[in-house]
Design a protein around this ligand. Structure first.
Ligand code: G3P
Ligand code: MG
Length: 247
């Protein structure tokens, strides 16, 4: 386990936080326009095993319809409008394939926190596919991304395929066995919902010598408090209020 935090400390959540349609290239452009060169986004597998950017397994919120990601092929998913729900200015913005997003981030030197977001039952397949594609696309001199997931199984699969790409274990509430889980994953960090984090939790996690990352921190006051507690980094929706140099 590492003690230092080698990653950016302030990360744009889902691409462009509250300023763009989540998990799209337009959102990444928003983040970039606000000076962010660190981004978090969610990756799920299509029916035909292609990693694409999406948060929800079910359609209906960011894309129209009643289907699901794991029962739809990538060619259909990547033709869907993921921008109209957010605003007319983004109408026609497509669901991006993970490959496109990696290319975009490499081109603009944007560091990636890749959240592996498996559909139910696709934990191992998603971890394996995302890790394999990332490994395949990682060129010399490029920043090493950080994988994270709420799925222990997905992260274990990513570890088997790409052991040298670091992993963070995502939790909403800190489980009693968090240290054991991090050891099994050989993870560098615990990623915690800041709403359920206390100063003493933060101290215990830092005492264990692992990284501590929080989601999703949307006020300046709370961001300062968390950093004072020793939190190493966080993602935010308020990229307009909390800039990349905040920490
Ligand atoms: O990775 C941090 C955060 O994105 C986890 O929650 O639901 O926004 O993907 P969610
Ligand atoms: Mg996420």
């Amino acid at each position: 386990m590492k003690t230092a935090w080698p990653f950016p400390r302030v990360v744009a959540h889902r691409g462009g936080g509250a300023l763009g349609p989540e998990n799209t290239l337009a959102a990444m452009q928003c983040g970039l326009a606000h000076g962010f060169r660190a981004v978090e986004f969610d990756v799920m597998l299509s029916q035909d095993g292609v990693p694409i950017l999406m948060h929800d397994e079910q359609f209906g919120r960011t894309v129209a319809g009643t289907g699901t990601v794991p029962t739809t092929n990538a060619s259909v998913l990547t033709s869907m409008d993921a921008g109209s729900w957010f605003g007319q200015a983004f109408a026609g913005e497509r669901v991006p394939a993970y490959r496109q997003v990696v290319e975009f981030c490499q081109q603009h030197r944007i560091w990636m926190n890749v959240e592996i977001k498996p559909a139910l039952g696709a934990e191992q397949a998603t971890g394996t596919a995302v890790a394999a594609m990332t490994l395949d696309m990682l060129g010399a001199g490029q920043a090493i991304p950080l994988f994270s997931s709420f799925s222990f199984e997905a992260l274990m699969a990513a570890k088997r395929v790409a052991p040298d790409i670091p992993r963070g274990f995502l939790v909403e509430h800190i489980p009693a066995d968090w240290k054991m889980k991090l050891l099994e994953l050989d993870a560098v960090a615990l990623h915690v919902d800041h709403k359920h984090l206390t100063a003493s939790d933060a101290a215990a996690i830092k005492e264990a010598g692992v990284g501590l990352f929080c989601y999703t921190v949307n006020t300046v006051e709370r961001a300062r408090e968390l950093l004072d507690w020793g939190v190493d980094g966080f993602c935010t929706d308020r990229i307009d209020l909390i800039g990349p140099g905040f920490a």
